[in-house]
Ligand binder design. Structure first.
Ligand code: GLN
Length: 478
């Protein structure tokens, strides 16, 4: 079997009788086994995947298969799937099985996608390198001494290394876009509230969005149109109509594009990344788009604002893991308070504990106004300014990350460097606007470089169409 790079090819081969869903599942399971060292999957769902494959093969024979028939999808270990283990790459959820299925996963299944397994990630999606997983890091398939990015690292590697066709991840501050950038594939974070979060383990609820990791823009569009839209189980989800994104991917419009000047003058921005993104910017200009430098005065504040608010929300969200309701309970407890303390100290990893403590501190009575309230106010300023720029421009473009994939261990000693590496992705998360990372080049070491585009809230149609146009122009090997 060959590596498929579009669902059309799969569908064509299925229609000709050259491939079946059962064979596809077998192919990916074999790849997962052969490339086990990448540590992309925490578990494969062999039995349920084959059962689904057989059911879909039957439907195909009867001409009744859904839109996603032939698509084999992996899910980040933060998405609930009834009857299957779910643990956010954390020891604290050891032995926990989902009692229900996330809305997004349910909708995939309803359109005949096959779920092949759950994927490694940073514990509770906290991190940018997949090094915070309780199950060891996932490795970048382009260079296994390097990280795949995070927190949806396993999900990105899985698509990069052809261990599944597409992945569902989550993006709170860049966790789909940055690993997509490091692995040379596409990562889409839709507008906040576009996709139901029901069944997504919460990290920071006012930021969390399910995102898509795919080989091309078309698949991201197709997956988005399947999973987006109202859901009775999530009262925050938008009721706006969901366009047929995958049918609107052609665009010859000339756009107004802004680039934040300051982003390109930052210390820490790798020269090769900078040159590559500036090259794309010039290409867009040559193609007749209007490309202008814009000012965004809050760049220095976005990372601190993000980390104050997300740790605050995390400290509250993670309160539920107390050793009583879910998964792991310390065997060494003597009374109720030691049950909480020991379970949480032994169950959570170091980074998660750090964030819970940071979040608890910024929410404490004495510091609430100085940190939490202040950060909320700054978030408002960032959102208003971002929206204002996106009224004047159709898109804002910038690098997805300041560097290409870094070495395992390179940033673990310097946490500030790790946090600051989120500088380009957290703006869209603070503002709630959609953003995508697409592969546009490689550095001298052969490592992938991602271009990020941000668009107006709920303007995924134009965002996807334009990204598709750019990718058609720049064909990068994926
Ligand atoms: N790197 C960011 C963080 O650690 C983003 C994580 C995410 O989007 N889940 O918070």
């Amino acid at each position: 079997m060959r590596k498929y790079s579009s669902l059309h090819e799969i569908r064509k081969d299925m229609a000709n009788g050259q491939v079946t869903c059962r064979q596809l599942v077998g192919y990916y399971l074999k790849n997962i086994k052969e490339k086990a060292e990448l540590n992309a999957f925490l578990e494969v769902f062999e039995e349920s995947a084959y059962a689904q494959a057989d059911a879909v093969d039957k439907k195909i024979a009867h001409g009744t298969a859904g839109k996603l028939a032939g698509m084999v999808v992996g899910i980040k270990d933060v998405l609930a799937y009834e009857g299957h283990t779910l643990q956010a790459s954390s020891k604290i959820l050891d032995g926990f099985k989902s009692l229900y299925t996330a809305t997004a996963v349910k909708r995939l299944l309803a359109e005949d996608a096959i779920i092949i397994g759950r994927q490694n990630c940073d514990e509770f999606a906290m991190g940018g390198s997949n090094e915070n997983s309780a199950f060891g890091p996932a490795l970048n398939a382009d260079d296994t001494a390097r990280v795949p990015g995070g927190s949806s690292g396993g999900s990105a590697v899985a698509v990069q290394a052809d261990l599944c066709y597409a992945s569902l991840g989550s993006d709170t501050g860049g966790s789909v876009r940055q690993p997509a950038s490091f692995c040379g594939i596409v990562g889409l974070k839709p507008t906040y509230s576009r996709i139901s979060r029901y069944g997504l383990i919460a990290y920071a609820s006012s930021f969390d969005q399910i995102g898509l990791i795919t080989r091309n823009v078309e698949d991201a569009a197709l997956l988005l149109e399947v999973i987006a839209g109202p859901d009775d189980f999530d009262s925050t989800v938008s009721h706006r109509e969901v366009p047929a994104y995958s049918k609107q991917l052609k665009s010859d419009k000339k756009y107004k594009i802004g680039y934040i000047r300051d982003c390109f003058e930052r210390e820490g921005l790798d020269e090769e990344v900078k040159d590559c993104i500036l090259g794309v910017k010039n290409m867009l200009k040559d193609d007749g788009h209007t490309v202008e430098a814009v000012e965004f005065p809050y760049l220095d504040y976005i990372v601190p604002t993000y980390y104050i608010l997300t740790t605050a929300e995390a400290s509250s969200n993670l309160g539920r893991y107390d050793g009583v309701k879910y998964g792991f309970r310390s065997p060494n407890v003597t009374d109720l308070s030691s049950l909480y303390k020991k379970t949480r100290s032994e169950g959570f990893g170091e980074e998660v504990q750090r964030r819970i403590m940071l979040g608890t501190f910024v929410l404490s009575a004495d510091y609430y106004d100085a940190y939490y309230t202040k950060a909320q106010q700054v978030r408002r300023l960032i959102k208003e300014k971002t929206d204002e720029l996106l009224q004047a421009y159709d898109f804002l473009i910038l690098p997805t990350a300041p560097t290409t994939a870094f070495k395992i261990g390179e940033n673990t000693e310097n946490l500030l460097a790790m946090y600051l590496a989120d500088i380009f992705t957290v703006q869209a998360s603070l503002a709630g606007v959609p953003a995508i990372s697409i592969p546009v080049g490689r550095d001298e070491k052969g490592l992938s470089i991602g271009l990020q585009l941000m668009a107006r809230s709920f303007d995924e149609s134009q965002l996807l169409a334009f990204s598709n146009t750019i990718m058609e122009k720049i064909t990068v090997e994926v």
